[in-house]
Design a protein around this ligand. Sequence first.
Ligand code: NAD
Length: 305
Amino acid sequence: MARIGFIGLGRMGLPMARNLMKTGHDLKAFDVADGPVATLAGEGATRTASAGEVAKGVDCLITMLPEGRHTLDVYGRSGVLDAASVGTLIIDCSSIDLESARQAHTLAADAGFAMLDAPVSGGVGGAVGGTLTFMCGGSADAFARASPILQGMGRRIVYCGAAGAGQAVKMCNQIMAATSMAIAAEALVLAERLGIDPKIFHEVITASSGGSWIMQNYPPVAGLAPNAAANNAFAPGFTTALMLKDVKIFEAAAQAAGVPSPVGAAATQLYQILHDQGAAGLDYSSVIELLRGRASRTPAAETRP
Ligand code: NAD
């Protein structure tokens, strides 16, 4: 079993780190917030006071942070790459923009470390259940070394190609999830207005050509699927702020590649409005409230990026 350092113990990182411990790995953990570090220390992880300290003496260092600037900050200013031992494998599971991912690979390579970008899909339910899908970019050798570790947190570990390839696949998944959610919400609101019971609508659509992963597993209406944030007044889950970050990453990449994205652009606009109306800290499935013409239910909800 490996000695693993884990930085970023949020909604995803905490259950992922927990699963690594359950698999038998030794864990050192750090987050800028004390709460989750204390929780994990109570379950057997080694508590550390800084990101640099986590990196000392581990075989593998995993980050699960909100955005590219956080990953670059941890690799650079926080001194993680300076503190890591020779041979440490670096894995970034955060969903970040391509440019930051490539910069992170360059920083790691310049410091002599193998690195993998390995963003995930499957949500908090997948993180808790250890059923995430990992999309990996980097060298085949780094992928081979990372696979047994990632298997402790996921069900599908897929090699997507060279540095940044995991992020390329992830951003495409995100625009599809964002648009799927928006169109499911639109259709559900109209069906409601036309007097259709949402349960009947859900039963039909999940067995029809309009069905989707979102509709099946994460519909924006309460009482249709067990893990939906809609069951819990849109407590995240996956925040609108993070979804807005992801659709903007896709839009920027599409623009840079000269690929038209009319559907993605419409979804980006919709999530921007949702975000600006006070739903940044709510689950992105709260987009249905916008389409119903309701203001955000909890304007005091957190608004971190
Ligand atoms: P989160 O906001 O719940 O967690 C992020 C954690 O990182 C927080 O605990 C925060 O304190 C910590 N952090 C921020 N800056 C830090 C720093 N410099 N050093 C140490 N810790 C720092 O976010 P999340 O929902 O866990 O998402 C994390 C990443 O995973 C994001 O890139 C997100 O897009 C992606 N993701 C999330 C989901 C989901 O359903 N929540 C699903 C797939 C992918």
